[in-house]
Design a protein around this ligand. Sequence first.
Ligand SMILES: *[C@@H]1O[C@H](CO)[C@@H](O)[C@H](O)[C@H]1NC(C)=O
Ligand SMILES: *[C@@H]1O[C@H](CO)[C@@H](O)[C@H](O)[C@H]1NC(C)=O
Ligand SMILES: *[C@@H]1O[C@H](CO)[C@@H](O)[C@H](O)[C@H]1NC(C)=O
Ligand SMILES: *[C@@H]1O[C@H](CO)[C@@H](O)[C@H](O)[C@H]1NC(C)=O
Ligand SMILES: *[C@@H]1O[C@H](CO)[C@@H](O)[C@H](O)[C@H]1NC(C)=O
Ligand SMILES: *[C@@H]1O[C@H](CO)[C@@H](O)[C@H](O)[C@H]1NC(C)=O
Ligand SMILES: *[C@@H]1O[C@H](CO)[C@@H](O)[C@H](O)[C@H]1NC(C)=O
Ligand SMILES: *[C@@H]1O[C@H](CO)[C@@H](O)[C@H](O)[C@H]1NC(C)=O
Ligand SMILES: *[C@@H]1O[C@H](CO)[C@@H](O)[C@H](O)[C@H]1NC(C)=O
Length: 648
Amino acid sequence: MTMRAPTLSSHLLLILLIAAAAFITRSTSTTDTIDRNTTLTGNQTILSAGGVYALGFFTPDGATDGRTYLGIWYASIPGPTTVVWVANRHDPVLNPPASLHLSASSAGARLVILDGNNDTVWTSASPTTSGNITASAAAQLLDTGNLVLTTDGSSAVAWQSFDYPTDTLLPGMKLGVDIKAGITRNITAWRSPSDPSPGNVTFKLVIGGLPQFFLFRGTERIYTSGAWNGDILTGVPYLKAQAFTFQVVYSADETYYSYSIRDPSLLSRLVVDGAATQLKRFSLNNGAWSSFWYYPTDQCDFYAKCGAFGFCDPDRSPICSCLPGFVPRSPDQWGQHDWSGGCVRNTNLSCGDVGGGGGGDGFWVVNRMKLPEATDATVYAGMTLDQCRLACLGNCSCGAYAAANMSGGGAGVGCVLWTVDLLDMRQYPIVVQDVYLRLAQSDIDALKTAADNHQRSHKSMLIIIVVATISGALLLLGALGCCILLTKKGRKKRESDDMAASLPPSTSGDFGLPYRPRIHQSQSPSQQQLADVSEEMGYNDKDVDLPTFSLEVILVATNNFAEHKKIGAGGFGSVYMGVLEDGQQVAVKRLSQGSTQGAREFMNEVKLIAKLQHRNLVRLLGCCIDDNERMLVYEYMQNQSLDTFIFG
Ligand SMILES: *[C@@H]1O[C@H](CO)[C@@H](O)[C@H](O)[C@H]1NC(C)=O
Ligand SMILES: *[C@@H]1O[C@H](CO)[C@@H](O)[C@H](O)[C@H]1NC(C)=O
Ligand SMILES: *[C@@H]1O[C@H](CO)[C@@H](O)[C@H](O)[C@H]1NC(C)=O
Ligand SMILES: *[C@@H]1O[C@H](CO)[C@@H](O)[C@H](O)[C@H]1NC(C)=O
Ligand SMILES: *[C@@H]1O[C@H](CO)[C@@H](O)[C@H](O)[C@H]1NC(C)=O
Ligand SMILES: *[C@@H]1O[C@H](CO)[C@@H](O)[C@H](O)[C@H]1NC(C)=O
Ligand SMILES: *[C@@H]1O[C@H](CO)[C@@H](O)[C@H](O)[C@H]1NC(C)=O
Ligand SMILES: *[C@@H]1O[C@H](CO)[C@@H](O)[C@H](O)[C@H]1NC(C)=O
Ligand SMILES: *[C@@H]1O[C@H](CO)[C@@H](O)[C@H](O)[C@H]1NC(C)=O
């Protein structure tokens, strides 16, 4: 019996030893660096200091041949690993175990991946600094997700993973060109979920003219951010946000896009999705990645949807129109909604032939525009808009001009002029930028007349109203004066509305942000909560089987409740048109917050509607509760009247 105690304590010791051993096996992760004395082998990992990211070898899910890659992934999230960077996407390790070394030779310090035969599989690019290699040379994994190699203990970066993005842009990474360092940074989708090698879909900067970013599939342009005008990317007018800040740097040395997140605890990434051919932003929400921001979002986002000299507006039907002064090249095709042929001028330019009866050329301004593709446009940074106009008039092939630099919020300086077809224009409900179209004077006169007529008919409408309201011939003259004033005021009012609309609406999306800060993290109600509610109300779940949608799904469907998706509004709130991920068209009735019922009353009403819905034309698909938001999701059919959604 006396032997028992030591046995017990030796057991305890053994357990402690095993625990310690386990700790040591994993203790590679207590460091965040690889130096000349350390290697990373097999499934060892290192962790960034704050434990945000891990570096190690991985085999992608579904890679049955055991291909191994060196990658960086989020260390802090449970569930499947989300790889944000791959070192050797072209050169998988086929003979395990793989190992990572810091090799210091006369060629400089480099990271090297060896396979099980000690054959070199991958080497990092040669250092960008020329400092001598010292014993303190090391590669450190930072909490930003950047793996940084320094050669001499100083902070000079000899090589960093951020310079070689794969398919993911993390906060702080740059997308674009560094002319001095000779580095081009783009993001290219994985070939497939089991193969990190570069696929067909790339998001990158195209230089020339104004900076502009494109999503390519092979050599085909799928989507573009629109030209950078010094203030915004003109195809992403809702870019300004609270949660995210972005910048585009455009200088002689480098041109790039990058973003940062104000709240460092929020994890977010911008990814090229090869399967969907989309640029997507994912944010971590309650432990799961959600992606309610992606481009292209609607039909008008597809590159050059309306052909040359056409423009797109999803609020119009059809979505494509010719620019003022232009007509469809092929009216038949255009009528069949094949817009690829684009538009041609009504009247050829006179091209400086002012002596002719036509009276030369002039300009017609179109506003709220995504700038035409500007990679082949000509930019004069120093010019004023007036000089720009003259420059355009002086060059027979110039078809349009615009301010090249809108930074500072003013009228804009510099000049961008187009001697090529105007492609990929789109009109937004909010102020983006004005484009000055060069047209034959006769076309301008016709447009002016049309505009005047429009105004006149507007005036006579007012006259009729006023006459009907204020009877008495004596008042007529006074009323006339009045309505001229009113029309003027009305126009002013509309202008100021435009100004107000140019402020980022609080419900708008942008280059990747949750559309509003959450008050608390509560999502749509859980099944349990719903069950509780319906139980309280005397329903049981067999009564009605009504799906709930998460707010994220609704945001994606309605483009973050974009103004142009709104199809109606009333005292109850607003109705938005949208498309669910599976293509189902829906109308989302967003109840105004003022009329907010409690979750219980709301569910009560919803379940009543659901019970009755076999008698309705409009099918209720489900609902969504989130904080104070109450939404009803209906099936949408093109010819349905709005009343059905409001009252139906
Ligand atoms: C690497 O090991 C050598 C001797 O084994 C030692 O002198 C040197 O300080 C070590 N370097 C680092 C960075 O630990
Ligand atoms: C790490 O590798 C060793 C041997 O190569 C293996 O026994 C162990 O299960 C692996 N650990 C994990 C977490 O995969
Ligand atoms: C690889 O190199 C290490 C150290 O240099 C050595 O211990 C190992 O035996 C080598 N492996 C092979 C397969 O050559
Ligand atoms: C590198 O080392 C050489 C001698 O080994 C020395 O002449 C040179 O100044 C060093 N360069 C730097 C940048 O420290
Ligand atoms: C992306 O950039 C790399 C250089 O960093 C370049 O080799 C590659 O061709 C680019 N990809 C595309 C599709 O332009
Ligand atoms: C890339 O594009 C080519 C042709 O455009 C196609 O055959 C191939 O399947 C595509 N590859 C991927 C991974 O999508
Ligand atoms: C307009 O210009 C095109 C080509 O520049 C030419 O083919 C066409 O005949 C011209 N039309 C008129 C009416 O001059
Ligand atoms: C018109 O502008 C284009 C583009 O800037 C230029 O290549 C061409 O030489 C100009 N033509 C004339 C006559 O100035
Ligand atoms: C745009 O204008 C601002 C001042 O308004 C200036 O600081 C900036 O350098 C200009 N950008 C370019 C590319 O010329």
